[in-house]
Structures are given as structure tokens and as C-alpha cells.
Ligand binder design. Structure first.
Ligand code: ATP
Ligand code: MG
Length: 637
């Protein structure tokens, strides 16, 4: 048995002993004596009688050894700001914010909704909530009023923390009017709003409700707010899933299990060490931002680099496709975390930019959020010369479910596969209608997790245990297992491959095909920059595949002849690789694909448009024009 296999076996065969050991990676006020309570499946309660605090573990704990070392490095290429906070400074800022929240009436268990751009004040607010036992609910900055209002109603916050504006590619997005409108349409009216004024957009203040952070900060500068010791099984935060497949779900997370899971992942998966710098390009509005911009690196004693801006603009606001690599060099980043969608943006830049900087500090680049196609993986791996580690997880899991744990044992990655199940996750592939476990190599089925789920995993759906059980644990006949709603296979070496969402599986004349398989094959064509494949109802075949391609050069979008030629070539590639059945009925060329604000393909929306249905909830769509172009293409037939 390899070292990792042994480690994994211990985690699933003797989870209590395994996690008791991991629990030593964090500080406890009261160390737990009972590690797991799984008496009420599918609910798993970790470190039941322990008490601790996330903010203590992220900040206070490090003051003695590294108080003057960097904790939070803020870089905004939108405002041209670059600022470093030491652990001591972070400690002061967080206490100041905590004091302001307390002054606004926030107590343990109250919700604080954070609707903020990528600024340090957002991290201060999250940590301040954790410090006093308030439950934070971060909503992606810039979401439309409707989506924000729905979240305000669900969270019923005492306070909303916000700012005058965010900025994206030099374009200022005023948040305050969006927030005002959201509060106007929400049934719940938050009694107080705490506002950071960045001086980007004018703000109208509502007397009695709205407070400027700067004014409260003056009052509370230097105030000491001790950490409130919380039950490990208490609630740290709620966060909504990305809404790729439908209405977002409010994922609720605990305190102690989450702290342990993150501390363990910093060591075993990310191999990040105290005193080093971690750079995640995600956003605090997403789970990756919670786990690996704010809590994980800080708990691990690392500095976290928080970045506001596009990957293609410099601090001087001039175009710079090398900005991220410049930052890796400058701050000696050892661990970097991004998404395939960001790498695809960089791929359009001059490849020489990857060679321009000294990237020798970098140990690995982790990518997550959607499938990492092989051409993109090869491109970035070749350019950086460090391991590119795909990791598969969900908002629900809080940390990677499937990846490579190089901190335990160096193991090679395989292109197209995120890797193997992480310790604590009993990942299985089941037949989606019989529930039978598929153990053979390359058998396709639903990727599920058997309980008890490990520390850090969602506790439940906020305010709705029934929805948690019904929506996640009852989809496989005869078995109570957690469904990821992803479709996958495992190869002969135990590496998993995610083939798409179960919703996206296409049934062509009785054959089951993951859209991802077809996309992977299409993206192998040199003329293809991006592709989405959806299944569309067909009277004859049940379903056919339709492909939407963003060509590398725009010719095929505007020129019918070029389109016809490229379409033929793509059809041939798919037929050669996957067989004639998988060949899309049509390949259409577009300027861009509809994605969520987190950069995920909105296949369900494309599919709905193809079938002339209403695309449904589009609140999380990034660029509605992309869907419009598809509509026009289809109607011009
Ligand atoms: P919703 O659940 O609201 O529809 P969502 O599933 O997109 O939205 P997230 O929790 O942000 O919300 O995304 C998790 C999903 O992203 C996974 O279930 C999987 O489909 C996809 N995913 C994440 N990482 C990877 C990866 N490395 N490879 C393949 N797919 C991935
Ligand atoms: Mg999901």
C-alpha cells in the first residue's frame, strides 16, 4: 500500500482516531473528547463537545510567533492599491470591525450579510463575525438586486456590510443603489447597514440605518474584543451554491469541523507552510474564497494575497497579461489557486509572459470549479513548469473531494482527472437507477459520497433540514448516500474523471454520453477556444448533442464558409474519437458562452433556449448577450 493509500484507509476505517489526530492542528479552548456523533444520519456532528473559534485560529494564534509578518496582502489593479497587513494589524482591524458590529446590535447567532467587493474590509468583516459568533452570509458583490433581496430574506440579517462600489475592468459598479433596491423589495428589513466608502461612487445614506465604517472605526479604534468560544458544532456561516443548475441552496457550515478540515488541507493537500504566501484568485463570494482566501491560509499561518481586478491589467491600470506572475515573484507565492476559466483567459495572452518572472517560489497551481480540459492543462503546465493540480469539490464540501494530496505523498496527476478521493471522503460510483455500486474500471455512473461526511462538509441547508435530506440524500433508490449530481468514472488506477452533471448526460438512441466527453474531444481541435455541448430533445433519437464553439479566431462566427469548414472538421474529430453517435447534430459558432458569475458554463440555459423553453433563473448569469446571440442564431434557421 502506498503512503497515501494507507492514510486514506485510516481516514475511512477509523475516522474518529484519524480526525482526533487532525484536530491537533488547531487551537481549542476545550479540546473535544467526543470526535464524531453520527447517531442521526445523514447528519454528522464533529468534535461534539469541543469549543474553539475560527478567528482565534486564523489570527490571534499567530500573534506570538509571527505578529509582524504579513497576514493579508491586498492588491487591486482596479484602484491601483497595494497594501500589506501584518497579523498584528489584521488583529486590530478585525477587533475594530467586531466592535462596530456589536455597537450595531450584533450578537452571537445573529446573521451578518456581507455584500462587498474584493477589499480587505470584506475579510475583516468575515473574521469579525467569526470572532463574536455571528453567522456571516457573503453574497457575491455586484449581484443584481433581485438575487440579493432573496438572500436577505433567507438570511434575515441584523446588519448588512457593504461598500459604495466595486470595479471590474475599470468599470465602476455602484453597489449602494443595488443594495437599497434589494432592501426595498425584501420582506426582511435589516435594521443597520455598515458601509465602506471607497470614494468610487456617491452614496445616499438612509438616516438611522446606514453607518459609515470610517466613523464607527474612529469610535472603536483600539477596542479589544475577545474571541467568543463557540461550540465546534455551532454555525460559522451560510453560503449559496453557484446556481448553475437552478435555484441556489443555502449551505450551512460548522465551526470546529471546518477549522480542522482547512488546517488539515493546508498541510496534506496544498502543502503550504507558515510564513509563506498563498494566492487564490477566486472571490470571497464563492466557497473557494471562504476556504482559501480567508480562512485556510490564515489558519495555516500563511499570508493570503487578496486580489481585485482582471488577470490582464497591471497596478498602473495599463494592460498587463503577466500581472499574476509578477505578484507570484514579488510576494514569493508558494501555493496558487485559480480556475480553468481564468487560465483560458490567460491563454489568449503572450506565452512569453509566463517566462518573464522568477516563479521559482511556486510549488503548485491548483485549479477548481469546472472541468479542466487537457489542452488548457498542458498549456499552463508547460508554461509554469510546476505541477498543475486539478481539484474537484463543491460549495457543499467546503474543501477538495477529489484531488492529489502531495503533502502526504507525491503522486503524479493525470490530465483530465482531478485525482483520487481525499481522506475522509468515501467516494463511490453508483448506477443512477439501480443504485448498484460500479467498481469496474471506466464504468459510468453518479459520483456519490457515503456518510458520515468528513469535517468541513455542510451541516445542513440553512433553516431547512428536510431540504438537505431530500435534495441531497434521497436521489439514489434504496440507498442513503450524498449525491454530487455529477457523472463520472474511475480508471484502473483509481483516478476519477468527472464527465459532467447528471443533468447534462445525453441519451442518444439509448447511449449515455456525458457532455464533458464530447466537449473534451472538441476542445482538442486547434481552432477551438471554448466549447459547450448540450443535449436537445429530438423526435427521432431521443436527444442529440448540440455544440456551441467560441473559435480561436472570429472568422467562423462571421463567415459562413469558414464556419462550414470548421464544423466539418470538428464533427470528424468527435466521430473519430468517440464514435458517430457522439457527433453533434450541429456545431454553432459564437463570440462567448453564457456563464455564471463564477465562470461556470450555464448549459441548462443554453439547453432551454435550444428547446425553446424559458431559461429560468438567470440571476447569476454574467453576460446575458451571450445567450441572446445563441437565441438569434437558432431563430435565423
Ligand atoms: P448549483 O449547485 O447551484 O447548481 P454549482 O454546482 O455550479 O451550482 P458549485 O458548488 O460552485 O455550484 O460547483 C460545484 C460543481 O462544479 C461540481 O458539482 C462540479 O459539477 C463542478 N466542478 C467543480 N470542480 C470541478 C473539477 N475540478 N472538475 C470538474 N467539475 C468540477
Ligand atoms: Mg451544485
Amino acid at each position: 500500500m502506498s503512503r497515501y493509500e494507507e492514510f486514506y484507509r485510516q481516514s475511512v476505517d477509523a475516522p474518529e482516531a484519524f480526525w482526533a489526530e487532525q484536530a491537533r492542528l488547531i487551537d481549542w479552548k476545550t479540546p473535544p473528547t467526543q470526535v464524531l456523533d453520527a447517531s442521526r444520519p445523514p447528519f454528522a456532528r464533529w468534535f461534539v463537545d469541543g469549543t474553539t473559534n475560527l478567528c482565534h485560529n486564523a489570527v490571534d494564534r499567530h500573534l506570538a510567533a509571527r505578529g509582524d509578518q504579513p497576514a493579508l496582502i491586498f492588491v487591486s489593479t482596479e484602484t491601483g492599491t497595494e497594501k500589506t497587513y501584518s497579523f498584528r494589524e489584521l488583529h486590530a482591524e478585525v477587533q475594530r470591525t467586531a466592535a462596530s458590529l456589536i455597537a450595531l446590535g450584533v450578537a452571537k447567532g445573529d446573521r451578518v450579510l456581507i455584500y462587498m467587493p474584493m477589499v480587505p474590509e470584506a475579510a475583516f468583516a468575515m473574521l469579525a463575525c467569526a470572532r463574536i459568533g455571528a453567522i456571516h452570509c457573503v453574497v457575491f458583490g455586484g449581484f443584481a438586486s433581485g438575487s440579493l433581496a432573496a438572500r436577505i430574506e433567507d438570511a434575515e440579517p441584523k446588519v448588512v456590510v457593504s461598500a459604495d462600489a466595486g470595479s471590474r475592468g475599470g468599470k465602476v459598479i455602484a453597489y449602494k443603489p443595488l443594495l437599497d433596491e434589494a432592501i426595498r423589495i425584501s420582506k426582511h428589513k435589516p435594521p443597520a447597514v455598515l458601509l465602506t466608502d471607497r470614494g468610487l461612487a456617491p452614496m445616499a445614506l438612509t438616516a438611522g440605518r446606514d453607518h459609515l465604517a470610517a466613523e464607527l472605526n474612529l469610535k472603536h479604534g483600539g477596542t479589544e474584543v475577545p474571541c467568543t468560544w463557540l461550540a465546534a458544532t455551532g454555525i460559522s456561516y451560510t453560503i449559496y451554491t453557484s446556481g448553475t443548475t437552478g435555484k441556489p441552496k443555502g449551505v450551512q457550515r460548522d465551526v470546529g469541523g471546518y477549522a480542522v478540515a482547512l488546517a488539515a488541507s493546508m498541510k496534506h493537500i496544498f502543502d503550504g507552510r507558515p510564513g509563506e504566501t498563498y494566492f487564490s484568485t477566486s472571490d470571497i463570494g464563492w466557497v473557494v474564497g471562504h476556504s482559501y482566501i480567508v480562512y485556510g491560509p490564515l489558519i495555516g499561518g500563511m499570508a493570503t494575497l487578496m486580489y481585485e481586478g482582471l488577470p490582464t491589467q497591471g497596478i498602473d491600470k495599463q494592460p498587463d497579461g503577466g500581472i499574476w506572475w509578477r505578484l507570484v515573484e514579488k510576494y514569493k507565492v508558494t501555493v496558487m489557486f485559480s480556475a480553468p476559466t481564468a487560465v483560458r483567459v490567460l491563454k489568449k495572452q503572450d506565452p512569453a509572459l509566463l517566462k518573464k518572472y522568477d516563479l521559482s517560489s511556486l510549488r503548485a497551481l491548483f485549479l477548481a470549479g469546472e472541468p479542466l480540459d487537457e489542452p488548457t492543462a498542458r498549456w499552463i503546465a508547460g508554461g509554469l513548469g510546476v505541477p498543475i493540480i486539478d481539484n474537484y469539490w463543491q460549495t457543499e464540501s467546503g474543501w477538495p473531494i477529489i484531488t492529489i494530496a502531495n503533502g502526504v505523498e507525491q503522486k503524479p496527476s493525470k490530465f483530465g482527472s482531478p485525482g483520487v478521493p481525499m481522506y475522509g471522503f468515501r467516494v463511490k460510483i453508483l448506477h443512477e437507477s439501480t443504485g448498484e455500486e460500479l467498481t469496474g474500471a471506466n464504468e459510468k455512473g453518479v459520483v456519490v459520497i457515503e456518510g458520515p461526511t468528513p469535517p468541513g462538509f455542510m451541516q445542513t441547508v440553512w433553516k431547512d433540514d428536510k431540504r438537505f435530506v431530500d435534495s441531497y440524500w434521497k436521489s439514489i433508490p434504496g440507498k442513503m448516500v450524498y449525491s454530487t449530481f455529477d457523472w463520472g468514472i474511475r480508471d484502473e488506477d483509481g483516478y476519477f474523471y468527472i464527465l459532467g452533471r447528471t443533468d447534462d448526460v445525453i441519451n442518444v438512441a439509448g447511449h449515455r454520453l456525458g457532455t464533458r466527453e464530447i466537449e473534451e474531444s472538441i476542445s482538442g481541435h486547434a481552432g477551438v477556444a471554448e466549447v459547450a455541448v448540450v443535449g436537445v430533445a429530438d423526435a427521432l433519437k431521443g436527444q442529440v448533442a448540440m455544440a456551441f464553439v467560441v473559435p480561436r479566431d472570429g472568422g467562423a462566427v462571421t463567415n459562413a464558409g469558414a464556419a462550414l469548414k470548421l464544423e466539418g472538421e470538428i464533427m470528424k474529430v468527435v466521430a473519430d474519437q468517440l464514435g458517430a453517435l457522439a457527433r453533434p447534430a450541429r456545431v454553432r459558432f459564437v463570440n462567448g458562452l453564457p456563464k455564471t458569475r463564477s465562470g461556470k458554463l450555464l448549459r441548462r440555459a443554453i439547453q432551454a433556449v435550444c428547446e425553446q423553453r424559458d431559461p429560468g433563473d438567470l440571476t447569476t448569469i454574467d453576460d446575458p448577450a451571450t445567450l441572446q446571440q445563441i437565441k438569434q442564431l437558432l431563430s435565423s434557421d
